[in-house]
Design a protein around this ligand. Structure first.
Ligand SMILES: Nc1ncnc2c1ncn2[C@@H]1O[C@H](COP(=O)(O)OP(=O)(O)OP(=O)(O)O)[C@@H](O)[C@H]1O
Ligand SMILES: [Mg+2]
Length: 396
């Protein structure tokens, strides 16, 4: 039986569908890494739309002369129990570089041992090194907690690796859930740090991605006029599957789902072409029964927690003010800033805080047409409505 995975599958190619246009667009940008033009991209898109999967696929398909690393800031933050520091991010980057070169050992016979052990020592000894150690001409930090040196060592390493190997022509670094970098001590300085090194690295490309709304202030911080990258990051938005793509996806990747025409319309309407929802709703629909509108509606109604599971976690971490903000938008189908200031019952500065935080998490977005803030995700709205209907109140 062919199934649609509800989490990130190990065998990417087996489950990955389409996205040819996005892949071509990203690969065109990335190919300049070999031509001494460092690609710098910002990939946005709704939660669950497939940014992470897409980038894993893109990295997977790079030729062996390009080294790639993928770091997920949410993982680092989880390990640090929510306390994210610049040092931890750099350490994770170093470990990922170490992994990348360890997997391609055969290319670096000459210096692999040296660099791998240096990186390990760096971690084991909390960056405390003996004097004047040089690896691939990069000075290693001598004093513990020397942030300057640690950052210089880490950020220069990828280009040094390219320069020291004839077989390697480029290095691509993906930073997933980059919006969480807002939690480091001085996020602006950190973005500027990355930017300052990227200017001198001609064969190292960076891709930032995360579930953040297009109008979030973190995007301004990194790529706005005053931001570290000052508009130089090429922004690509990953769109949900269209109606036809969703149909083809189901036809190609699943062999036990059947719909009436109206049933499929309803299915598309509920999932909005977002693969995360397509896969999770598919997993609870009855097998080999032709699903009509009613079956889709009832299944979703009864199992909404399974489909909207991500929102249960996210909801649990929001403050009461943020929840009130979301409920207000839900009940009023969006609201202007002035209305929120006057009606929400919170101070203007609190409203600003809620807007920043919720946009940075991709939960709300600003609709420039009618100048209203609206909820970005229909499944979140649906989940809240069903909870209200069944429990008589919104989730706590
Ligand atoms: N092109 C695709 N083909 C098949 N399945 C996909 C595709 N893109 C995404 N999916 C499915 O949707 C799920 C969610 O995708 P992914 O985690 O990449 O989304 P995301 O945009 O990174 O979400 P988030 O913003 O929450 O990090 C994946 O686990 C996968 O099962
Ligand atoms: Mg992701």
């Amino acid at each position: 039986m062919k199934i649609l995975p509800v989490s990130m599958p190990k065998d990417i190619d087996k489950y990955f569908f389409n996205r040819t246009k996005d892949i071509n667009m990203i690969n065109t940008q990335l190919s300049t890494v070999k031509l001494d033009i460092p690609p710098q991209l910002l990939i946005t898109g709704y939660r669950g739309v497939g940014k992470t999967f897409l980038l894993k696929k893109v990295l997977n398909d790079q030729s062996s002369d390009v080294l790639t690393i993928f770091i997920d800031i949410s993982e680092i933050m989880g390990r640090q129990k929510g306390n994210l520091t610049e040092e931890e991010v750099l350490k994770a980057l170093l470990n990922a570089i170490d992994d990348a070169i360890s997997q391609n050992k055969k290319y670096y016979k000459k210096w692999i041992g040296k660099i791998a052990s240096s990186i390990k020592k760096l971690e084991l000894k909390n960056y405390d090194f003996s004097d004047n150690v040089n690896v691939l001409d990069v000075p290693i930090p001598v004093i513990s907690d020397n942030y300057d040196k640690l950052s210089k060592f880490t950020m220069e390493l990828p280009q040094k690796i390219v320069d020291s190997s004839d077989e390697i022509t480029g290095f691509i670094i993906v930073i997933d859930e980059f919006q969480l970098l807002k939690n480091v001590e001085d996020p602006e300085a950190f973005f500027w740090l990355i930017r300052s090194f990227t200017q001198k690295q001609f064969n190292v490309g960076y891709i930032f991605t995360g579930s953040v709304s297009k109008t979030a202030d973190i995007i301004n911080m990194i790529n706005g006029q005053e931001g570290a990258f000052g508009g130089r990051l090429i922004q690509i938005n990953v769109e949900p599957f269209t109606f036809d793509e969703t149909k083809r996806y189901i036809d190609e990747k699943s062999n036990n789902l059947k719909f009436t025409d109206e049933g499929f319309k309803r299915f598309y309407n509920c999932t909005r072409g977002i693969p995360l929802y397509i896969n999770s709703l598919s997993s609870i629909l009855p097998n080999n029964i032709v699903c009509d509108e009613d079956i889709i509606r009832q299944t979703l109604q009864l199992n909404i927690d399974q489909v909207a599971i991500m929102w249960i976690y996210i909801w649990g971490r929001l403050s009461q003010g943020e929840k009130d903000f979301i409920i207000y938008l839900l009940e009023h189908e969006g609201a202007t800033r002035a209305t929120l200031d006057n009606q929400l019952g919170y101070s203007k500065s609190s409203v600003t805080r809620f807007i920043d935080s919720l946009s940075n998490q991709g939960i709300i977005e600003f609709n420039t047409m009618d100048k209203k803030f609206v909820l970005a995700d229909k499944m979140l709205q649906f989940w809240l409505k069903i909870k209200l209907e069944t429990n008589g109140c919104y989730p706590l």
